[in-house]
Ligand binder design. Structure first.
Ligand code: NAD
Ligand code: MG
Length: 392
């Protein structure tokens, strides 16, 4: 048997993180969990520590670290407990991982994900916002360290698989599929009063709250267009979006001879997570198998950019380039949090983003400090727009 590979999970208590640990169980004993990083769910993190025995654990803040130490006190497992962004970076480095699963939500995951890339490890990338904010840096640093970036986002994971059937220069376009979210088919004016609970009721995927709201606004697809641009060195004009409500075709690649290669599977994130963990091999999976005869029908339609302007805003930010995707992402994070807290309405989300983009200029460039400045500036502007209250 091969010796086990060392794994660090960033965001271990989240939807992706907990699915990843199920995949680790399924693949046992191939992976040794050497580091865990999580934000707030300290009780769950303590259970994970007891079970997987990492050397080092990072909590979101000092209070979390204190609570985690107390929960582990007297028990058999005593890892080093650190906290904050620096702690997360330490957890990545100290674990000396072969593989890092980057699954923190939001730009908060940027620094630890970059640190993972700099170790030269294989990085399974779920944290799309990190790539949206600093895609060029991420790709450059991966090239410098020899890190392999493997997309965990199901669409990009699908494209990664489809690209194995041709050469890069033979590709005509990448087609990202989108479920359309819970409000597919509704006109813009019908979206004004939708509730948080309705927006969180995703028809096909079970995910964390932030990405579920992004799926309802189609900003998730917008972030994924930007993600595809960086991951696959594709121009904005080469990336299309197709709504596919059943979420069975995870994405497609059209080659220049007209052949279209698609990747299909049940909508279960354990599948792309396992692909990233075992690549370039394929081993028996733990998801139910796809039964197309039972499904019967797969349908496709164009996205409605009028009802869901977030997708158009993301294309626009990608066309603008520079730090515009970072500003778009920051404004979206602020707006989604405000929507989840009931401080703004659903249609205020694109309004806050559009106005933030208009009111923040291109910043000082694209090094990490400049991008973080652009992120902070956009958050300030978006917060002031949000504190104006609902405009819907
Ligand atoms: P989630 O909210 O369920 O989990 C987020 C994780 O990040 C948690 O463990 C949380 O504790 C941790 N975290 C948050 N802020 C932190 C901080 N400052 N420091 C340390 N840890 C922090 O989110 P999720 O749905 O698992 O999504 C994670 C990422 O994966 C997102 O970027 C999302 O877009 C992407 N993604 C998720 C899915 C999915 O099915 N859930 C699919 C594709 C991509
Ligand atoms: Mg996706």
């Amino acid at each position: 048997m091969d010796s086990s590979r060392r794994l660090v999970i960033l965001g271990s208590t989240g939807s992706i993180g907990t699915s990843a640990l199920e995949v680790v169980d399924h693949l046992a004993p191939r992976f040794e969990v050497v580091g865990l990083v999580a934000g707030r769910r300290v009780e769950l993190l303590a259970q994970q520590v007891t079970r997987y025995r990492p050397r080092i654990v990072a909590c979101g803040d000092e209070d979390g670290a204190r609570r985690l130490r107390a929960l582990l006190d007297g028990g058999p497992v005593r890892p080093r407990v650190v906290w904050g962004e620096r702690g997360a970076i330490e957890a990545v480095r100290e674990g000396e991982p072969d593989v890092v699963l980057a699954a923190i939500v939001g730009a908060a995951g940027l620094a630890p994900t970059l640190a993972a890339v700099e170790t030269g490890a294989t990085v399974g990338l779920a944290n799309k916002e990190a790539l949206v904010v600093a895609g060029r840096l991420m790709v450059e640093r991966a090239a410098a360290s020899g890190a392999t970036l493997l997309p965990v986002d199901s669409e990009h994971n699908a494209i990664h698989q489809c690209l194995r059937s041709g050469r890069r220069e033979e590709v005509r376009r990448l087609v990202l599929t989108a479920s359309g979210g819970p409000f597919r088919g509704r006109a813009r004016e019908e979206l004004a009063g939708v509730s948080v609970a309705e927006a969180l009721d995703h028809p096909t995927w079970s995910m964390g709250d932030k990405i579920t709201i992004d799926s309802a606004t189609l900003m998730n697809k917008g972030l994924e267009v930007i993600e595809a641009h960086f991951l696959f060195a594709a121009d904005v004009g080469e990336i299309d979006v197709l709504v596919h409500p059943q979420s069975i075709v995870h994405s497609l690649v059209e080659f220049r001879d007209g052949s279209v290669i698609a990747q299909l599977g049940v909508p279960d994130m354990r599948h792309p997570i396992q692909y990233a963990l075992t690549w370039p091999d394929r081993v028996a999976g733990c998801c139910p198998r796809l039964d197309l005869a039972e499904l019967g029908t797969l349908t496709f339609e164009q996205p409605d950019l009028e009802a869901f302007p977030c997708l158009a805003l993301a294309y626009e930010a990608l066309r603008l380039g520079g730090d515009a995707p970072a500003r778009l992402n920051a404004a979206n994070e602020v707006a989604v949090e405000a929507f989840l807290d009931g401080r703004i309405g659903f249609l205020d989300i694109p309004r806050v983003i559009e106005r933030t983009l208009a009111r923040t200029g291109p910043g000082r460039g694209e090094d990490l400090d400049a991008l973080r400045d652009a992120d902070r500036q956009a958050r300030r502007v978006a917060r002031s727009l949000v504190s104006g209250g609902p405009t819907a």
